[in-house]
Design a protein around this ligand. Structure first.
Ligand code: SF4
Length: 69
Protein backbone atom coordinates (compact mmCIF):
# COMPACT_ATOMS: atom_id res chain seq x y z
CA UNK A 1 0.00 0.00 0.00
CA UNK A 2 1.24 3.45 -0.94
CA UNK A 3 -0.34 6.37 0.92
CA UNK A 4 -0.41 10.01 -0.18
CA UNK A 5 -1.88 13.14 1.37
CA UNK A 6 -2.53 16.56 -0.16
CA UNK A 7 -1.55 18.82 2.72
CA UNK A 8 -2.77 22.04 1.05
CA UNK A 9 -6.32 20.65 1.02
CA UNK A 10 -6.30 19.36 4.61
CA UNK A 11 -8.83 21.08 6.87
CA UNK A 12 -7.20 19.84 10.08
CA UNK A 13 -10.08 17.73 11.33
CA UNK A 14 -7.83 15.10 12.86
CA UNK A 15 -10.01 12.20 11.75
CA UNK A 16 -7.07 10.46 10.10
CA UNK A 17 -5.02 10.53 13.31
CA UNK A 18 -7.90 9.01 15.23
CA UNK A 19 -8.24 6.25 12.64
CA UNK A 20 -4.54 5.47 12.11
CA UNK A 21 -2.33 7.16 14.71
CA UNK A 22 0.80 5.34 13.60
CA UNK A 23 0.44 6.47 10.00
CA UNK A 24 -0.84 10.04 10.38
CA UNK A 25 0.02 12.93 12.68
CA UNK A 26 -0.79 16.62 12.69
CA UNK A 27 1.56 19.60 12.79
CA UNK A 28 1.13 22.57 15.11
CA UNK A 29 -1.56 23.96 12.81
CA UNK A 30 -3.44 20.68 12.75
CA UNK A 31 -2.45 19.91 9.18
CA UNK A 32 -1.87 16.26 8.42
CA UNK A 33 1.65 14.86 8.54
CA UNK A 34 2.23 11.54 6.86
CA UNK A 35 4.39 9.42 9.14
CA UNK A 36 4.56 6.33 6.97
CA UNK A 37 3.81 6.33 3.23
CA UNK A 38 4.22 2.55 3.00
CA UNK A 39 2.45 1.22 6.11
CA UNK A 40 2.71 -2.45 6.90
CA UNK A 41 -0.23 -4.79 6.36
CA UNK A 42 -1.40 -4.53 9.96
CA UNK A 43 -2.21 -0.84 9.42
CA UNK A 44 -4.02 -1.16 6.09
CA UNK A 45 -7.52 -1.38 7.56
CA UNK A 46 -6.83 1.71 9.68
CA UNK A 47 -5.60 3.60 6.63
CA UNK A 48 -8.70 2.58 4.65
CA UNK A 49 -10.79 3.90 7.54
CA UNK A 50 -8.84 7.17 7.48
CA UNK A 51 -9.48 7.51 3.73
CA UNK A 52 -13.21 7.09 4.40
CA UNK A 53 -13.19 9.37 7.45
CA UNK A 54 -11.30 12.31 5.96
CA UNK A 55 -13.89 15.06 5.38
CA UNK A 56 -11.73 16.77 2.77
CA UNK A 57 -10.83 13.60 0.85
CA UNK A 58 -7.14 14.42 0.85
CA UNK A 59 -5.86 10.91 1.65
CA UNK A 60 -5.32 8.33 -1.05
CA UNK A 61 -4.24 4.73 -0.56
CA UNK A 62 -3.00 2.88 -3.62
CA UNK A 63 -3.26 -0.88 -3.65
CA UNK A 64 -1.35 -2.80 -4.60
CA UNK A 65 1.69 -0.75 -3.76
CA UNK A 66 2.89 0.70 -7.05
CA UNK A 67 6.44 0.36 -5.78
CA UNK A 68 6.11 -3.32 -4.91
CA UNK A 69 8.06 -5.68 -7.09
S1 SF4 B 1 -8.77 13.58 8.21
FE1 SF4 B 1 -8.27 14.69 6.33
S2 SF4 B 1 -8.79 16.82 6.74
FE2 SF4 B 1 -8.66 15.75 8.71
S3 SF4 B 1 -6.54 16.08 9.42
FE3 SF4 B 1 -6.59 14.14 8.31
S4 SF4 B 1 -6.05 14.66 6.18
FE4 SF4 B 1 -6.62 16.55 7.22
Amino acid sequence: MHVTVQRPKCIASGACVLAAPEVFDQDEDGIVVLLDDHPTEEHHDEVREAVRACPAAVIEAFEPDVHAT
